[in-house]
Design a protein around this ligand. Structure first.
Ligand code: NAD
Length: 474
């Protein structure tokens, strides 16, 4: 390993990784596992400090939330990678068609080279280290650009990663949008971006200039359908949990609810009871995260004010005594009934604790509402009528689905996680993630008994006879 100081300019770091990736293409299993174990040790040793840094970034964000939403998910991912990398990196033999026999063929799985990872602020450790670990398992070098909105955790992440890794293996580049743009313009072998759809477009454009393939893990408006067969009392707590985890700042949080007409009061009551059971008080409750920045807090308040002004019924679900102080940015959850289609909260990803509730008469009306918007990152369905469930599954396209709960498909390592259309492209987790960062190189091994010369010119009667014979087989 070369010694490359992590404080080199971004381009020099890239060049060092690029050279290293070309000098060692065959990355042995032992080195891959060693890198994964260094990441695991880093979480074990520095997890508490990192979780406190995330807390400092948000204002209020429980280290226990970081434990479950960042570290638990990361440990599950690392365990899966440690268990399967040996098998996943092995070549795959493939059957050879009769007209090429007796040649044989296989697919060789090789690292791509240098992978860039750009992360968001909402789960700043899981969404940087998760893709990085997967890319390392696939034998790549990795550069991470974490979010500038989480400066404490980004700085600590850089420090501890640079202690554990050579900069030409894994390094961190910090900075805002300008740095991020420069980062996205590097000629990576793959660029993995998690963030908003708007910035995703810029990342895709910058990467296209280098023909760098991208994975875009974006956002959007994920619907939650409550079926007529649903027991709303038991569904409400799952919806409230999915919506209010990290105060709605979760890419796959239910963005809005589609509810059978006439059950609004039942839902309102059940949701309020669920919030009270999850967060008996909201103001000052360390379990209830702050909105990450003043700008995002103001954006969410503006969405609510616009909804009120346009005549929607806004129900703030207050629990405990005091109203949360605006300075803490702990925002009271709100249901918005009958929102007009033109409202910002019906056209932009909400990414906060506001839940519009749209009533529908027939299931196909709910499906039409989903089709009127770009394809969502996640879809949730609650109910017991399996025919209605399968109808929704067959007539909607989304990045992923959880039935009778929220969020959980992201935690299943054997399910590919990603978006579709405006919610992103490319998926990771499990072997899908490993292959995202792998060149699957086809190799054909010709036999010395090969008869390829039968196809060579000059073309004549012998050629026609052979083609005639082959046509019968194909
Ligand atoms: P964002 O798009 O504002 O920023 C994400 C990252 O992009 C940051 O590191 C930022 O510095 C960088 N960036 C900014 N300008 C850039 C540019 N011109 N070129 C390259 N990079 C640039 O997103 P955010 O506010 O940090 O995160 C919230 C969004 O992320 C939401 O839309 C959410 O749905 C989405 N998200 C998606 C997933 C997923 O897995 N699909 C997970 C978490 C968050």
């Amino acid at each position: 390993m070369t010694q490359t100081p992590p404080d080199l300019p971004m381009r020099a770091l890239f060049d060092a990784q690029y050279q290293a990736s070309r000098a060692q293409i065959d990355v042995p299993l032992a080195l891959r596992l060693d890198r994964l174990q260094r990441l695991r040790a880093l979480i074990d040793v520095h997890g508490a400090a990192l979780a406190e840094a995330v807390q400092a970034d948000f204002g209020v964000r429980s280290p226990r939330l970081t434990e479950v939403a960042d570290f638990f998910v990361l440990r599950a991912l690392l365990g899966d990678l440690e268990k399967h990398t040996g098998a996943w990196m092995r070549p795959r033999r493939v059957r050879t068609p009769i007209y090429l026999q007796p040649a044989s063929a296989h697919i060789q799985r090789q690292p791509l080279g240098v992978v860039g990872v750009i992360g968001p602020w909402n789960y700043p450790l899981q969404l940087t280290l998760g893709p990085a670990a997967t890319a390392l398992a696939a034998g790549n070098r990795v550069m991470i650009k974490p979010s500038e909105l989480t400066p404490h955790s980004s700085a600590l992440l850089a420090t501890v990663l640079h202690q554990a890794f050579e900069a030409d293996e894994l390094c961190v580049v910090q900075g805002g949008a300008d740095v991020a743009h420069e980062f996205a313009s590097l000629p990576f072998d793959h660029l993995f971006f998690t963030g908003s759809t708007a910035v995703g477009r810029k990342v895709a454009a910058a990467a296209a200039a280098n023909l760098t393939p991208t994975t875009l893990e974006l956002g959007g408006k994920s619907p939650c359908i409550i079926d007529a067969s649903c027991d709303i009392g038991s569904a409400a707590i799952k919806i409230a949990h999915g919506k209010l985890l990290n105060a709605g700042q979760t890419c796959i949080a239910p963005d809005y609810v589609l509810l059978p007409k006439g059950r609004e009061a039942e839902f309102e009551q059940a949701f309020a009871a669920a919030v009270a059971s999850l967060f008996p008080t909201l103001a000052g409750n360390p379990d209830y995260a702050s909105i990450v920045s003043d700008r995002h807090h103001a954006r969410l308040q503006a969405m609510l004010s616009e909804a009120r002004a346009q005549g929607a019924r806004v129900v703030e679900v207050q629990t405990g005594a005091a109203q949360a102080a605006a300075s803490s940015r702990q925002m009271t959850p709100a249901l918005v009934f009958n929102p007009q289609p033109g409202l910002r909260l019906m056209n932009e990803e909400i990414f906060g604790p506001i839940l519009p509730v749209l009533s529908y008469r027939k299931l196909d009306e709910a499906i039409a509402t989903i089709h009127a918007a770009p394809r969502p990152l996640a879809l949730y369905w609650f109910g017991s009528d399996t025919v209605a469930r399968d109808h929704v599954l067959q007539h909607t396209v989304s990045g992923g689905v959880t039935v009778n709960d929220t969020l959980l498909h992201v935690a299943h390592e054997n399910l590919p996680f990603g978006g579709v259309g405006e919610s992103g492209w490319g998926a990771y987790h499990g072997e899908t993630g490993f292959l995202r960062f792998t060149q699957q190189k086809p190799v054909l091994l010709q036999s010395r008994f090969a008869m390829g010369s039968l196809f060579y010119p000059p073309y004549g009667q012998r050629f026609d006879r052979i083609m005639g014979l082959l046509k019968r087989w194909l």
